[in-house]
Design a protein around this ligand. Structure first.
Ligand code: FES
Length: 103
């Protein structure tokens, strides 16, 4: 193994897109119906348009362990701040802007 040297981002957002809608035997709510890979793609395009590519990373994730019926879940590093209730890509953009103001 080898450490990869690169400029560290200020913020790294992991967004759960896990979708259990195709699993009728599992009734646990999942983030996937609300937030999809396409939403994360939109957020990445927005990050690029804002000139934040080297400061903010956004990564799709599977279940982050806080499944709930109110909305999707994301976690922001370096604070390890878990957020639930995310409904769409606009919420993710607001979350990034809010977190950047408080770093
Ligand atoms: S399915 Fe998203 S946190 Fe579990």
């Amino acid at each position: 193994m080898e450490t990869i040297d690169f400029p560290r981002p200020k913020l790294h957002l992991f967004v759960c897109i896990n979708d259990r809608t195709g699993m009728p035997s599992n009734q646990t709510p999942s983030c996937g119906p609300r937030i999809k890979a396409e939403d994360v793609k939109k957020v990445k395009e927005w990050i690029r348009a804002q000139g934040l590519t080297s400061q903010v990373y956004c990564t799709k994730a599977q279940c982050l362990g806080f499944c709930n019926a109110e909305g999707s879940v994301a976690v922001l590093y370096p604070k390890c701040r878990f957020v639930k209730g995310i409904q769409n890509a606009e919420d993710l953009k607001k979350l990034i802007a809010e977190e950047l103001e408080n770093i």
